[in-house]
Every structure is written in C-alpha cells, then in structure tokens.
Design a protein around this ligand. Structure first.
Ligand SMILES: *[C@@H]1O[C@H](CO)[C@@H](O)[C@H](O)[C@H]1NC(C)=O
Ligand SMILES: *[C@@H]1O[C@H](CO)[C@@H](O)[C@H](O)[C@H]1NC(C)=O
Ligand SMILES: *[C@@H]1O[C@H](CO)[C@@H](O)[C@H](O)[C@H]1NC(C)=O
Ligand SMILES: *[C@@H]1O[C@H](CO)[C@@H](O)[C@H](O)[C@H]1NC(C)=O
Length: 417
C-alpha cells in the first residue's frame, strides 16, 4: 500500500534528520587555537569581537545585558573609530545581526567594508548586539544551555519580545539618552517589528530604523537549500528535540568546525566556500573576498535553537507574519486561538529606511514589497544598485562601503547631532 511506503519514507527521513543533527552538533575540538594558527587559519577567524576590533585600532568595551526572562547577552560598544577625529555623534546606534550570526558579522569584511568599522569611522557611537543562543548569548541566570532544554525554548518571537527591548533599554540607560537609532539586518529587523507589535512604547524609543533585507515573512524565499533545511527542521522538530537536540549550528560544533577548516584554505575558500554560499543564497562572484570567506566561517554559523529554525520553516509555508505555530490544541492553550496570532505591522511607527538586493534568495523582493505595503512609516525603499546583490552581501561584501554605507550614513546623519 502507498501509505505503508509513505510511512517508511517518513521514518527513514526522521532517522536521517536525527542522526545528521546529532552528528553535526557533536562538539569536538579537533585543534586548539595554536594548532589552527600553525595550520594557517587566518588569525582574524580565531579572534573575538574585542580582539578583532582592537587589532585594527578600534577600542571597544564589553557590556552585559540581562533580559526580563533572565538571558544574559554580551554586547559590544566601539568607543572611537580609528579614522574618527571629531566629536562622537549622538544618539547611539545599535547594530543587530541576522539569523545564525553574531556581532562579529559586522567586522568580518574587514575595516574597509565592515559596517561597524565604517560607522565608527564616521564618529557614530556604535553598539553591537547579540541575540540569545549564539556564542555571546549562550548564558542564563538559572538555566545551563548544556543541561536545561528550557534554555532553547525560543524563536524570533522571544528575541523580539525580550532581547531587542533589553538591549535598547541598556544602551539608553548607559548613555542617559531618551532615544537611539537602530540598524537591523534580516532577523535583526524582523525581531524589531515583533518588539513594536508586542511591547507598546518601545518603538518610540527609536528615532530611525534602518532595515537591511528585513526578514518578516518568508513566503517567497527562493533558496531551495534554505527551504529544505528550515522546513525539514520544522517537520521534524519534535523528533529532534525529544532526542535531545535543542541547539543547532553552534560555533564549536562539528558542522561549524568543518566549515572553518575547509574555508581557511586559500585555494578552497572561493571555489568551495564561495560556491556553497552562492548555492545557499545566490551567486555574486567576487563580492565577498577570499579573505572574508576565510575569516567569516570562524564566526558563522554562530548557533541558534531548533525552535527558531522551525519558526523560519513555518514562515516559508504561510503568507502571514505570525507567532510560532504549536498546532491547534497548544495554540488554543497558549494564545487562546487555534491559529497563531498575527503580528501587527501597523505598530511599527518608527520612520524606516529599507535596503534590499534584487538577487536575494533568502528574503525575496516580493516579501519586501509586501512588507513595505504593510508598514506605516517608510521613508525610503532602496534596491541596492547592483543587480546581483544577495542576502549575505549586506554584511560580508567588499562593496558595502560604496553600496550600503552612503545611504545608511545619509539617513543616520539626519537623525543625529
Ligand atoms: C580561541 O581564541 C578565541 C578568541 O580569543 C577564544 O575565545 C577561544 O576560547 C579560543 N579557543 C581555544 C580552543 O583556545
Ligand atoms: C575576548 O578576548 C579577550 C582577550 O582574550 C578576553 O579578555 C575577553 O573576555 C573575550 N571576550 C569575550 C566576550 O569572549
Ligand atoms: C542604569 O545605569 C546605572 C549606572 O550606569 C546602573 O546603576 C543601573 O542599574 C542601570 N539601570 C538599569 C535598569 O539597567
Ligand atoms: C580567490 O581565489 C581564487 C582561487 O585561488 C582565485 O581564482 C580568485 O581570483 C581569488 N579572488 C579574488 C577576488 O582574489
């Protein structure tokens, strides 16, 4: 019978997913930093934010943010750009990374292209955030991420509800100001929308929101691999978590270590890692330099929860920007409705600038168009002036200086003094 074959295929797929997931999360340190250095890993790939910024002459500080639900996030402040000679501008600017990234993503393209460097050089007061689950935010006051599954009970829904507001509050309190500016890449913007919808008053703490390829819904995502991975994780979420797999794509796990190992070879970085990046997103030859490819996989993927990946999988199968779908029964219990509640994009009242790439296979131009139609206060929407601009380009391209920075600087300046 067909149904029997169907069951067999499903059991097989679940088994493959569980085995693959568990093998890839296996934390195994084949080499320590010294061995890696002697193997030829670029030094930058082994450095943390403070060390990396410091190496290029940017002094930074580490700060600790504690969320209302007791997650502990390390965030960074760049005190002064090496090419900034004037007064530091007010208000502060928060940079928030995307899915599976960390604060380091804003540095990996190097001082001539990394947006955190470029903005610090333009004398902005730069604060670089981290979201729960990555290697700078894998801490909690009561839960141990290695022992307590509860730690991993989150998706963008909780990041928007807790991490983004806590980071904003921390920066405002520390600088004794009422408002700040915010730049969110992909998930860093999507979680901001969630905050505005769920935490009345928080949107008013921000003067200007700049969204680089903002990720709200993923209805038209073109990337086949991203779709397979996310919807697969979504389908098998229960099977994965009941076998103890709550964390996925962590730094230091086998998956990331393998990428880091392969990509550090100069001769493989472009043909193998550049091609893999192109297959996952879309092709933009030469945009990300060989050197950046060698460095970025020391910091990427930075880790998240299985639940968060599942949430992306769900959002590829609906045309709504809505909360996590637990299934009808649990939805009723959690939300009081059988369907997950939709986020209210009308609440995103902050003036917003949106930049996106025509060749972005992760956040599709159709989803951007839908978003723009549903946001109440969009100042400007700009398609990046390079028809091959893809998703990863927004943090890693060598052309950020020419294609992203001028617009960001122009609008930040209008909202700064
Ligand atoms: C390698 O260096 C980084 C950055 O200094 C540090 O965070 C990490 O713990 C080091 N890893 C090992 C295995 O020494
Ligand atoms: C980064 O590295 C420096 C120097 O090794 C260390 O003091 C600091 O604690 C590290 N920061 C984080 C957040 O890991
Ligand atoms: C605000 O900052 C002050 C000093 O900088 C600190 O003592 C206080 O705990 C902070 N409050 C909050 C709510 O973070
Ligand atoms: C990157 O490396 C590849 C292979 O070694 C080489 O063909 C290519 O020209 C390099 N690209 C850049 C931008 O340096």
């Amino acid at each position: 019978m067909a149904s029997k074959a169907y069951v067999t295929v499903n059991v097989l797929l679940i088994s493959v997913a569980i085995i693959l997931g568990n093998v890839l999360r296996f934390r195994f340190l084949p080499f320590n930093n010294d061995t890696k250095k002697s193997l030829g890993y670029p030094k930058d790939s082994l450095l943390n934010f403070t060390e990396l910024a410091g190496k290029y002459g940017y002094k930074s500080e580490e700060h600790t943010v504690i969320t209302d639900d007791d997650y502990v996030l390390t965030i960074f402040r760049i005190l002064r750009g090496r090419n900034c000679y004037g007064r530091i501008k007010e208000p502060p600017v928060i940079l928030m990374h995307g899915l599976l990234q960390s604060s380091d993503a804003w540095l990996d393209a190097g001082p001539n292209a990394g947006l955190a460097y470029l903005l610090a050089d333009a004398c902005y007061d730069i604060w670089v955030g981290n979201q729960r689950g990555n290697y700078y935010a894998r801490r909690h006051l009561h839960y141990d991420p290695d022992k307590h599954a509860q730690f991993w009970d989150f998706s963008v829904d909780e990041i928007g509800l807790y991490d983004i507001p806590a980071t904003i509050d921390y920066v405002l309190n520390h600088t004794r100001l009422q408002k700040l500016n915010y730049i969110g890449y992909s998930q860093g913007s999507g979680t901001f929308f969630i905050m505005c919808s769920e935490r009345p008053g928080y949107c008013e703490k921000v003067n200007l929101l700049i969204g680089l390829a903002p990720a709200a819904r993923q209805t038209y995502t073109k990337s086949v691999i991203y779709r397979i991975v996310s919807t697969g994780i979504s389908t098998f979420e229960t099977a994965l978590t009941t076998t103890g797999l709550q964390e996925i794509f962590a730094k230091g796990a086998l998956g990331q270590e393998l990428l880091g190992f392969i990509c550090q070879f100069g001769s493989l970085s472009e043909p193998v890692c550049g091609t893999a990046e192109g297959l996952f997103d879309s092709f933009h030859p030469g945009s990300i330099t060989n050197e950046t490819l060698r460095v970025m996989f020391g910091h990427f993927p930075a880790g998240t929860s299985v639940r968060n990946m599942a949430r992306y999988g769900q959002s590829m199968m609906t045309d709504k920007f809505q909360k996590f779908d637990y299934g009808k029964a649990k939805n009723l219990e959690k939300y009081g409705s059988r369907e997950p509640p939709k986020y209210n994009l009308n609440s995103v009242t902050v003036p917003m600038v949106i930049m996106y790439g025509k060749n972005d296979f992760l956040v599709d131009t159709k989803d951007i168009k839908w978003l723009v139609e549903n946001l109440p206060n969009v100042l400007m929407v700009k398609q990046v002036a390079d028809p091959l601009w893809n998703h990863f380009d927004n943090t890693y391209s060598q052309y950020i200086h020419d294609l992203i920075f001028p617009t960001v600087h122009h609008y930040l300046l209008k909202f700064s003094k």
